[in-house]
Structures are given as C-alpha cells and as structure tokens.
Design a protein around this ligand. Sequence first.
Ligand SMILES: Cc1cc2nc3c(=O)[nH]c(=O)nc-3n(C[C@H](O)[C@H](O)[C@H](O)COP(=O)(O)OP(=O)(O)OC[C@H]3O[C@@H](n4cnc5c(N)ncnc54)[C@H](O)[C@@H]3O)c2cc1C
Length: 601
Amino acid sequence: MGTASTLSRPQWPHGPSRPQQTTAPLPERVRRLNQPNVSECRRRSSIQRDPVEAAPPSRCSRLDAGLALDAAMFTCHRIKFTVPPFHRSTVPPSSSPVPPFHRSTVPPLSSTAYLYAMPPRVANIDQELADSLAAIVGRRRVLFRPSELLTYSSDGLPSYHKQPGLAVFPGTRDEVIAIVCELARRRVPFVPRGAGTGLSGGALADGVVLIGLNRLSRILSVDAENGLAIVEPGVVNVALSRAVAAAGLHYAPDPSSQAACTIGGNVAENAGGPHCLKYGVTTNHVVALTVVLPDGEVVSLGNSDGEHEGYDLVGAFVGSEGCFGIALDITVRLSRNPEAVRTLLADFMSIDEAARAVSAIVATGIIPAALEMIDQATIRAVESSIYAAGYPTDAAAALLIEVDGAAAGLEHDVATIEALCKNGGARTVRIARDETERARLWQGRKKAFGAMGRVSSHLVVQDAVVPRTRLPDVLAEIHDIAQRHRLRVCNVFHAGDGNLHPNIAYDASDADETARVHVAMKEIMTACVKAGGTITGEHGVGLDKLPYMELIFSSDSLAAMCALREVFDPDRRANPDKVVPVHSCREWHAAPAARRAAATV
Ligand SMILES: Cc1cc2nc3c(=O)[nH]c(=O)nc-3n(C[C@H](O)[C@H](O)[C@H](O)COP(=O)(O)OP(=O)(O)OC[C@H]3O[C@@H](n4cnc5c(N)ncnc54)[C@H](O)[C@@H]3O)c2cc1C
C-alpha cells in the first residue's frame, strides 16, 4: 500500500473517461454524489484528530467522524464537530437510558481489510438476535416469522421483492441507537425504512435486518421565529406542514406521496415534489442532522444556521439512500406561506405543444411554484377515479401551473402565462376560483399514481431527468418505445424541471409483458441519457437504477462514491447492495497497483 505522499492523483472526477454528463443539468443529488466532499481530503488539509476520541463518546454530544478513505487514493483524516447550541437545547432529553457505546466490541478492521471487505452476504439472523433486539424494543416490535415479514418485502415499486430476515420497530431514538450498536457488535447488515413509499426498491432488506422508523413520529420542536423545526425521522411529510400552518409556515418539499412518506425517507432520497421547482428539493431545506452511524456512533452534522464549518456533510448525507447510517432527528427550514397563490390548468390537443409551452413559460424568467404535465392516459385514469379533478378527458395533455408570492404583480404573471399557453396552442386555460377548486386540481395530480391502479394490476413508476428543451423529442421517443413493445405508458411529471415519470401499466403475472416492460424501461433510460439527461431526479437509485449507473458515471466516479460511503460505513452494512453496483467497488479495490500505475502515466 503506497503512502499518500507517493501517490499520483487519479484523474477524478474529470478524467477522460468521464461520460457526457457535463452537458446535462444534473439534479442536485446526483451532482453532489459526483463531486463528493472527499475530493477535499485529497488535498490533505490539516484536520485535527478529536482529542476526546479516547473517552467513551457520549450520546449526541460529540462527533468524531473518521474520514477513513481508500488509502491508495486518499489520506486518512479525522474531522471533529460539536453539537450546536440550538440542537442541544431543543432536543428533548431521552426517555430511556442510553445504551453503553461499545466501539471496542466491534472487531476492528485494518484499513487494508476495509479495502477488500465485501458486504456480508449471509447475515447471522437467528433466534438469539431476535431475543436480543426484543430485549431493547419488546417482543411485539420484532417480526421474525416469514408470514409477518411479507408486508415488508416490497416498497412502492412492485417489481422487486426481497424478504427481510427480521424486522424491528424501535419507538425512541435510544432504541434505534441500541439496535444499531447490537447489529454492529454482531456485524449484521441492516436497512432503514420509513413509510416504504420509495420507488426504487431502496428500502428492501434482502435477508438482513429491516429497521422500521415510522414509530419515531414526534415533531420535537418548532422555532417559528427562525423558521426551523426539529423532527424525528418517522414524521409524515404533510404532518409537519399541518402542524406549523397556524404560524403561517409550511415545509416546502412536497412529494406527491406526502400524505404517507416520512421526512427521514425524504432526506435519504433527497425527495422532490411539484413545488420544488421554485423552492428547491429536500437538500435545500435540511440544515442539520443527528445520525447514528452503522458502527453505533451518534454524530451531529451541520447546524441550525445552515452554515457548515468545514465540509458539507449534511449535503453528503441527504440523498445517501440509507447507506450512510440512520437519521435520528432532522432540523429543517420552514417556509413562510406565500401572500397569494394562483393555479392554472391549461389543456392542449398535442403533447408536443404542451411541452413547448413549458419551455416558453420558463424562458420568460417567471419561475412558477409548480409546473406539472399530465398526459391523456393519466387524465383519463384520474377522471375515472375518486380523485376526479375536472380535467378535460379529450385533451392530449394538461399543464397544472401555480404561481405564488407577493400579491402585487402576481396577476401580471398569470396573464403572461395564460397568453403564452394560448399562443402555444392551449385550447382553454382555467384559473382556479378559490381554494376548494385549487385543492381539487392538485388532488388529481397528487393522486395520479393511485388512480392508475385502476388501469392495471401493476405499475412501474420511472424517474429520469432531461433538459427541458428536449422534452418534446424525449416524450415522442417514449411514445415510440411504448408502441414498439405494445405497452401502456402514461406520463405525469414535474415538467418545469424536466423530471419525467413515465409509468408503465402491466400485469406482472404475464411473463412476456413483464419482459417487455424491462426492455422498454432500459430503452427509456437510455433515451433520456442520450438526450443529455440522467437516470433519476428524485426517486433515487436504490436497486432499480443500479444497472444504469454505468450509463452516466465513469468507473472512477463510482469508485469515489464507494470511498465516500466507506467514510460513513467502512464494512458496508447499511443498506447493502444499493446505489453503487458492487462490482465497481470490487474492481476498484482489487487492483490498487494497476490503478497507481495508470495514474502515474
Ligand atoms: C404515489 C407516490 C408518489 C410519489 N411522489 C414523489 C414525488 O413527488 N417526489 C419524490 O421525490 N418522491 C416521490 N415518491 C417516492 C417516495 O415517496 C419518496 O422517495 C419518499 O422520500 C420515500 O419516503 P419513505 O418514508 O416512504 O421512505 P422509504 O421508502 O421507507 O425509504 C426510502 C429510502 O430511505 C431510507 N431511509 C428511510 N428512513 C431513513 C432514515 N431515517 N435514515 C436513513 N435512511 C432512511 C431507506 O433505507 C431507503 O433507502 C412517490 C411515491 C409514491 C408511492
């Protein structure tokens, strides 16, 4: 193993083999992964070792996150952080005693062993483990029988089934910490799970332990004056907005699943939503996190000012898809409710015209709060369901457009958008008269996936991003792919930021149709990447997008992601086998000498 001082730097992340992603407007989450903070480590800045490291770490009082990176590529450093005052004073005291922290009980791995350690394939899940977890949470909160575990074998994407070996449901943060410490002691892999609404198979635990966090559903504190709230990870997204509504505030990221999904799951996926066009996705609203690392250590990332000293580890954690540890509490920004809101529904007789209207609106400089497209197949599914919103069923596509802000000037924006739509071929432009009509228009959009359940027994919701101006071409190509494979594809998506959601309705018991769905999905992803886009805008990579990672990332970039992951989880027990194709890590780690040689050329 060469020392860092003798190493030449690999060409990362801008090496010659890097594919065309530089031209594509990558979503924030992907962009972050591709430019990880670890690049800073390579500069070997003088980060100090935490002097209190030798003492047993107290729960949530001190962070000593080790940046133990691949020694062949990076130098190891230690970073220390302290818990900011806002954090310390507002998190209520624990309800149960803090379990002793046993760093020494986790068998130490040498850094060389880290390099070659693959995620454990066979987890040691037995009655003894079930008993020890039951001692922490109570017998009722541990599921071990296959019939009980069936519920947790899927998430929102029905095309994957992986049964956990055991599921455990803590009710307090101390129980979560105790569970993670116990799993670390036994070196058992685990998968955090919120509400299980994910659409990339991210919360599936294949024979390992599933940790359900939905019982941690308390809003710990609200600081209305400073627009901040601290929540437990199992708080349902919409519950936070409801809780702060009386103070004239809301939590801006609003996934269409917001009535069910948790803020912990949103953080892990860097979730977006219709109103993220103007207000930004989850990463723009999370200022601090308390995290239990997979080895049981509790660390605090960021602070309530949103000004991070040193590396942006909150930015690294948001979007880490459960691979960096478990978010125990999350400090989020609350947004003030806009003074005025206007919602428009424009319907078009051609998808192409609707797509062009999207670009025309954004080109004026007006940033709508939301700009969504709903195609005819989706409109018909919605209108024949209990979520009927009054969308015209003969339209090829409808745009749901919302503008908000100060009342002065808003009517001007409404008039401009109305004129643009009409000039661009809109048949009618309807403006919601009141809050009831507005809510109804939104209900149709937000419940569209549910309404599609009427169309067929199974639905694959896809997620990709393309440059807005390429929407007409890409939508036409998706239509061709669907025709060629004799599949029903509906589109309902965040058009304003080019975030497509082609949904394929099919019957999973029909093997031939299922096979065609898989081929079509791959062709759709390839078409989006070719158009300068990327493979996920908000649903994450999980299991579903693993095969596509190499379409957009070079092996050097994938190896850098592995290195970043190992900072948080050196033996890769947290959400194993997700996000980065395993062979990327294996290949990278297998041939350090060859890499060094290549880097020195
Ligand atoms: C009808 C429908 C509409 C949707 N609309 C949108 C949308 O508009 N925008 C959007 O972005 N997504 C959308 N989604 C996808 C999904 O709701 C989001 O990805 C959401 O963030 C998942 O939250 P969850 O609580 O269900 O997480 P889960 O599905 O349970 O888990 C998702 C990931 O988060 C990890 N995780 C969960 N909790 C934690 C934690 N506390 N710490 C660390 N990791 C954790 C899991 O390991 C997993 O990798 C939609 C889904 C459905 C079914």
